[in-house]
Design a binder for this molecule. Structure first.
Ligand SMILES: Cc1cc2nc3c(=O)[nH]c(=O)nc-3n(C[C@H](O)[C@H](O)[C@H](O)COP(=O)(O)O)c2cc1C
Length: 202
């Protein structure tokens, strides 16, 4: 068992809303003992970023939804990862994803699908959100429910277009992001323990 497990949160945020979601994912991961979370802003693509991601056991990818897709800055990072892809440097790592947009729907699912395909191209193992749908899914739901936006592939958050990042995303969406970070960290701990038991290195 290594001394600690590292979960990297590789994200872009144009105006700060998705950055709050990223911090919540990191807080959820770091809430487990022996887990360290590293926040990586992919707007800065440098050697430090690649070294941090190479050392991580899991990478959670996050981006705002812009024009129904991932932001151009995130996509530039994704394309810059091609040399890592060529060597399958992230193969076997865990991956997960999150996105935030102004619309309740806003085409967020398209972004999560794109992030999961990106992870699959890298040979990573995708961790889903693992929560039942809350909110308007049933008449007993409330806006305070975890997963109030009813996604399964990753964590979704919604920030009304006239609220700043001090006021959005909502507490429920941030707790949903925390849940994702914790779930990824738990899965990473299980994976490392399993590999140790089987004496498989990575
Ligand atoms: C260029 C651009 C495109 C956008 N496209 C969408 C969209 O397709 N769907 C949506 O619901 N919101 C869209 N929005 C709103 C953003 O997703 C929303 O403001 C989000 O909170 C921004 O996150 P950020 O502060 O991390 O950049 C768009 C915003 C911008 C600037």
């Amino acid at each position: 068992m290594p001394e600690s497990i590292t979960v990297a949160v590789a994200f872009h945020s144009g105006y700060g809303h998705t950055a709050r979601q990223a911090r919540a994912v990191a807080a959820g991961a770091a809430s487990l003992p022996a887990v360290r979370a590293e926040l990586c802003d992919v707007a800065v693509v440098d050697g430090r970023l690649w070294r941090t991601l190479a050392a991580a056991h899991a990478i959670v990818f996050g981006t705002p939804t812009y024009m129904g897709g991932q932001s151009a800055v995130f996509q530039a990072f994704a394309e810059a990862s091609a040399p890592v892809w060529a060597e399958q440097g992230w193969a076997g790592k865990l991956a997960a994803g999150f996105t935030n947009s102004a619309g309740v729907n806003g085409d967020k699912l398209n972004v999560l699908i794109s992030l999961s395909v990106f992870a699959a191209q890298h040979g990573m193992n995708w961790v889903s959100l693992g929560l039942p749908p809350g909110g308007d899914y049933s008449t007993t739901g409330t806006p305070e429910d975890l997963n109030r936006l009813g996604g399964f592939l990753g964590a979704m958050a919604q920030s009304p277009s006239d609220l700043g990042p001090d006021a959005a995303p909502s507490g429920a969406d941030l707790r949903t992001a925390e849940h994702l970070g914790r779930r990824v960290a738990e899965t990473a701990l299980e994976q490392v323990a399993g590999r140790t038991a089987l004496a498989l290195g990575r």
